[in-house]
Design a protein around this ligand. Structure first.
Ligand code: SAJ
Length: 398
C-alpha cells in the first residue's frame, strides 16, 4: 500500500487526499488549522463541494485517511497549499516554502515530491527542488521533484480529479516519469509529460485564456449597452460561426484562480504581457460599471430598495473569494443609494451583511440586481418583477 502525504487540506488537497484514501492509498493529510484537522478526523468536511462529504467520511472510516498538523513519512508528497497574490499583484509563495521545509525531515531516498499548487514559472525548480537540496537531499539523484498542476473546476472537483488530462513536468526526466506513473494509477484522462516550467506556464495559460476571453465578453457587453444591442443574443449568434467561441459577460471575474493566475504571468513578464494585463483591468473594472448602471436607474427613486441576488463568485457554489458580486455589493453600500437587501442562498450568514431570503428581497425591492446565476433565481418569473427595475448582470432572466 503506497503512502501519500498531502500538504494542505483545502479545495484541492482534501478532495485529492480523500479520493486517494478510497482508492487504497494510505493517506496522511496535513493542515495548519487544528479545526480543519479535527473536522476531517471526525469524518466531516469544512468546505462545500458536491459528494466530498461522502468521500471524506468513507476514506476516514476505512482508516486510509488521517489528518494531522505535522507531516509523516510517505512514498509520495503532494503539496497543495495556497499560492495567493500579495498587495502588489505578485505571487505570495511562503506557504510552498513552509510546506517544503515541513516535509524535509520526513523525505527518504526514492520519494517523489509533487507540487500541485498553481505556481509561477520556476517554483518547482528554484523553490522546491533547490530548497530540498539546501536541506541536504539528493534531489535529482534519489529524490524526485515534479509539478502537476491541479485543473479541477469548483463544483465538479471529484469528476474532474479523475476525468481530466493531467500535465506532469519534472525537474528532470526521471522525476517526470515517476510522477506521471503515479498519476496514471488513478487518473482516467491522459497524463502528459513535459518539463516543470512548461507545466507551470501551461496551467497559468489555461486560466489566462479564460480571463482574456471573458474580458472580451465583458468589453462587448459595455459596447452593446451603449449601442442598445443585447450582448447575449450577439454572442450566441457570433458563436454560431464554427471557429468563434466567446464566453459570457457578467459582473466581473472572481474566484481564487482566474482572477489571480494571470497576474503570475504579468509579474514575470511585465513588458510582454500587455494583453493579459489589460484583460485583468477590463474584468476588474466591470463591478464599478455595474454600480454605475444601478446608480443611473436609482435616480428616478427617492431612496430605492435594492435587492442584490447572489454573493458567490459563480453559480451554485458557496465560495465568496474574489467575488465580483461581493465587490458590487460593497461598492453599493459605500455609494449609499438606498436600502440594500442581500441574498445568498448558499451561505447561512455573512459577517458584514444580514442576508435575506431572495424571494422576500425581490418582493420588497424597487430594483432587482442579479449578480449570480444561481439555479434558485431561475425561478424568477416576469410577474415577480412587475414594476421593478431589473439589472441582470448574468443575462439569466431573458
Ligand atoms: N465567468 C464569466 N463568464 C464565463 C465563465 C466564467 O464571467 O463565461 C466568471 C465566473 O462567474 C467566475 C469566474 O469567471 O466569476 C471564474 O469561473 P470559472 O468557472 O471560469 O473558473 P474557476 O475559477 O471556478 O475554475 C478555474 C478553471 N479553469 C479553467 O476552466 C481554465 C478550473 O479548471 C481550474 O482548475 C481552476 O480555475 C483553478 O483552480 O485554477
Amino acid at each position: 500500500m503506497k503512502k501519500v502525504c498531502v500538504m494542505g487540506l483545502g479545495y484541492i488537497g482534501l478532495p485529492t487526499a480523500s479520493f486517494l484514501g478510497t482508492k487504497g492509498y494510505q493517506v496522511h493529510g496535513v493542515d495548519i488549522s487544528p479545526n480543519v484537522v479535527d473536522t476531517i478526523n471526525r469524518g466531516d468536511v469544512h468546505i462545500t463541494e458536491p459528494e466530498l462529504d461522502v468521500l471524506v467520511k468513507s476514506a476516514v472510516q476505512s482508516g486510509n485517511l488521517k489528518a494531522a498538523l505535522e507531516p509523516a513519512e510517505a512514498d509520495i508528497f503532494i503539496i497543495a497549499v495556497p499560492t495567493p497574490l500579495n498587495g502588489s499583484h505578485e505571487p505570495e509563495l511562503s506557504a510552498v516554502t513552509k510546506a517544503t521545509d515541513a516535509i524535509s525531515p520526513y523525505i527518504k531516498p526514492g520519494n517523489i515530491v509533487i507540487l500541485e499548487s498553481t505556481s509561477p514559472v520556476g517554483t518547482t525548480d528554484r523553490l522546491v527542488a533547490d530548497r530540498l537540496r539546501e536541506l541536504g537531499h539528493k534531489v535529482g539523484e534519489d529524490v524526485h521533484v515534479a509539478h502537476c498542476p491541479e485543473r479541477v473546476l469548483p463544483g465538479r472537483i471529484l469528476a474532474e480529479l479523475v476525468g481530466n488530462d493531467r500535465i506532469v513536468g519534472g525537474i528532470d526526466d526521471t522525476s517526470t516519469t515517476k510522477a506521471a506513473d503515479f498519476y496514471r494509477e488513478f487518473v482516467a484522462g491522459e497524463v502528459l509529460e513535459t518539463t516543470a516550467a512548461t507545466a507551470e506556464l501551461a496551467k497559468l495559460s489555461e486560466n489566462t485564456f479564460r480571463d482574456v476571453n471573458i474580458a472580451l465578453a465583458n468589453e462587448l457587453s459595455m459596447i452593446c449597452d451603449d449601442m442598445d444591442v443585447d450582448v447575449w443574443d450577439l454572442i450566441a449568434l457570433a458563436n454560431r460561426h464554427p471557429r468563434v467561441s466567446i464566453l459570457q459577460p457578467g459582473p466581473g471575474v472572481g474566484g481564487h484562480c482566474i482572477a489571480v493566475d494571470p497576474w503570475f504571468i504579468v509579474a514575470a513578464a511585465p513588458n510582454q504581457a500587455r494583453l493579459i494585463r489589460t484583460a485583468r483591468e477590463v474584468n476588474i473594472a466591470k463591478p464599478e460599471w455595474v454600480v454605475e448602471k444601478i446608480r443611473a436607474r436609482a435616480e428616478k427613486f427617492k431612496r430605492p430598495t435594492i435587492a442584490c441576488l447572489g454573493l458567490a463568485y459563480k453559480a451554485d457554489i458557496d465560495d465568496l473569494r474574489e467575488s465580483p458580486a461581493l465587490d458590487v455589493v460593497e461598492k453599493l453600500r459605500e455609494a449609499d443609494l438606498g436600502e440594500l437587501l442581500i441574498s445568498e442562498p448558499y451561505v447561512k450568514s455573512h459577517p458584514d451583511y444580514d442576508l435575506v431570503d431572495w424571494q422576500e428581497a425581490v418582493q420588497r425591492a424597487d430594483i432587482v440586481v442579479v449578480l449570480v446565476d444561481h439555479r434558485q433565481f431561475k425561478g424568477l418569473k416576469p410577474k415577480d418583477l412587475q414594476e421593478r427595475v431589473l439589472i441582470d448582470t448574468r443575462g439569466m432572466l431573458r
